[in-house]
Design a protein around this ligand. Structure first.
Ligand SMILES: Nc1ncnc2c1ncn2[C@@H]1O[C@H](COP(=O)(O)OP(=O)(O)OP(=O)(O)O)[C@@H](O)[C@H]1O
Ligand SMILES: [Mg+2]
Length: 313
């Protein structure tokens, strides 16, 4: 049996139908989000799925480089500024069969804070693309844009480095996801007063975010259980990148335990990628890692990760 987590609830077909949009995020810049987006997309394309990689790092787009394509002529900027209405027109083919890219906005004019309605519309348009999987490369940090795309995706995948700053930022990201999701539920079900009551109730200063849900259950059992179910649905995946030692790899298991205890959120640890010189060599050559170094150790790691994400082992 694998030490890592697998979902227990789906076949590959269930994923094709229901778990189409994957979002790759991380609390910090430079942790490998674009590397992972590009190479997971390539893995899926090589498996025969039709894949679209989307650069949602609005303002800092560079996914095209990881996929070995020049900046496409049309980018999401054209869609967001209503010059292009059909996302299919932004889909640029790559050298890899079955894999296209929608490139990100090169400037952040009018994009930094998309309105909720624009985000929902963009997501439903992405879902309509004629692809099996849509892989979103999110920007760094915890802006509402990033959090909302992460929460709305069918799978949210977090990338963390095995170093204190990145781990801290990952927890901060998860905490922001937790609070954003709670806020959404609060507004949707108009239960702000119950949540406020729970916050104001005598919870000690040491109480954990997870305790808040218990308090809501205490106040309003039925609503509380519904909130709990929604938070339970927030299953994030975790990849540790740039590991060098077994201790680095094991950090993922500790993070999983802490996340459950602190936030009541299931963090599925789906694998690690070692620090490897082939990464920067392929970046320098502007060629995707998986195509440039098909025999590197990282390819095996990506293969394991993709199998866990697809729940086929
Ligand atoms: N496993 C690895 N081994 C060696 N170098 C790596 C590895 N992963 C990432 N890097 C290096 O780290 C740099 C950042 O990676 P990447 O651009 O994928 O991060 P990012 O999270 O998308 O960054 P940003 O937040 O700026 O978009 C890359 O230039 C790459 O050279
Ligand atoms: Mg990036």
């Amino acid at each position: 049996m694998s030490l890592f987590d697998n979902d227990s609830d789906g076949s590959i077909n269930a994923f094709s139908d229901n778990k189409k949009i994957w979002a790759i995020g991380g609390g910090k810049g430079g942790v490998g989000k674009s590397l992972v987006t590009a190479n997971l997309s390539i893995c899926l394309a090589l498996m025969g799925y039709r894949v679209c990689a989307v650069d949602l790092d609005l303002g800092g787009a560079n996914l095209h480089t990881c996929l070995g394509v020049n900046i496409p002529e049309r980018t999401l900027s054209d869609y967001l500024s209503k010059k292009v209405h059909d996302l299919n027109k932004l889909l640029t083919p790559t050298a890899i069969p079955n894999l296209g890219i929608i490139s990100g906005a090169q400037d952040d004019v009018g994009i930094a804070n998309l309105r909720q309605i624009q985000k929902s519309k963009l997501l439903s348009k992405l879902r309509e693309l004629d692809c099996d999987y849509i892989i979103l490369d999110l920007g760094a940090g915890t802006t509402f844009n990033t959090l909302d795309f992460f929460i709305a995706a069918d799978q949210g995948i977090l990338i963390a480095l095995p170093e204190p700053t990145s781990i801290e930022n990952t927890y901060r990201f998860i905490k922001s996801v937790y609070h954003r999701k709670l806020k959404m539920i609060e507004e949707l079900w108009e239960i702000g007063h119950i949540v406020d009551q729970a916050i104001n109730a005598k919870i000690t200063t040491n109480s954990l975010p997870a305790d808040l849900i218990d308090k809501i259950i205490e106040i309003q059992p039925q609503i509380g259980q519904k909130v709990k179910a929604e938070i339970d649905n927030l299953r994030c995946k975790l990849i540790i990148n740039q590991s060098r030692t077994q201790a680095d790899i094991d950090i993922g298991f500790s993070m999983k335990l802490i996340c459950k205890k602190y936030f009541g959120i299931n963090l599925d640890y789906v694998g690690y990628l070692n620090y490897d010189a082939t990464v920067w060599q392929s970046v320098k050559r502007r060629r995707p890692l998986l195509m440039e170094f098909p025999n590197s150790n990282l390819v095996t790691s990506f293969d394991k990760i993709i199998h866990r994400l697809l729940n086929i082992s």
